[in-house]
Design a protein around this ligand. Sequence first.
Ligand SMILES: Nc1ncnc2c1ncn2[C@@H]1O[C@H](COP(=O)(O)OP(=O)(O)OP(=O)(O)O)[C@@H](O)[C@H]1O
Length: 225
Amino acid sequence: MSDVVLDLSGIEKTYNRGLPGQVEVLRGLDLRVAAGEIVALVAPSGAGKSTLLHIAGLLDTADAGGVSISGRAMAGLSDRARTEARRREVGFVYQFHHLLPEFSAAENIVLPQLANGVSRAEAQDHAMRLLDLVGILPRAGHRPAALSGGEQQRVAFCRALANRPRLLLADEPTGNLDPETSDRVFATLLSLVRETGLAALIATHNLELAARMDRVVRLEAGRII
Ligand SMILES: Nc1ncnc2c1ncn2[C@@H]1O[C@H](COP(=O)(O)OP(=O)(O)OP(=O)(O)O)[C@@H](O)[C@H]1O
């Protein structure tokens, strides 16, 4: 039996429920992602990709259906317990890096660990290991503004993995880069995910990138088809 990390079953989500013009976005969506598996999420614009990622990442709640992460059902958790679960279990990467501009690359990876109670020495070691894995250890002391777009995004990958999550969620993680850089940086992301044995769900419009993942799922009419 595979080690399911993300388990979404029967997810429903409607915005402005009951109001004129309500938007029914997810209609009984099922999706499972196992440890070590990289799944591409492909969806036409407006199909509900961000809604799905927000629900999977515990940033939003579904109207119906179950979200389970690492075998633990998230229904009925207090806000505080959900935040805690999100911090421990989930890493996010967005199209834009959102790094803290006044801190170095290394500090951007150290800070989330300190917030999670890790000692500075240990956080620093882990940050350096991650920067080494993505090939930019020599840039550890640089601030984001002194890094190229591809390097900034590599730091963002490391930050997403800083607290050793079991699930990585990414929304167009290389969408902001030119095609050549996107290709290289994407390869780095895949090898980083493989190295750490994470479950990854990566939304992309780029079918070539999607084809490099283990499985491609398509979101259409509120379900995975
Ligand atoms: N807070 C909200 N209130 C009302 N409607 C919303 C809200 N958020 C999203 N929607 C609608 O729900 C649908 C899905 O939105 P979502 O952002 O999940 O799509 P998406 O697939 O991520 O789109 P894109 O790829 O263009 O970013 C869209 O029709 C959007 O207009």
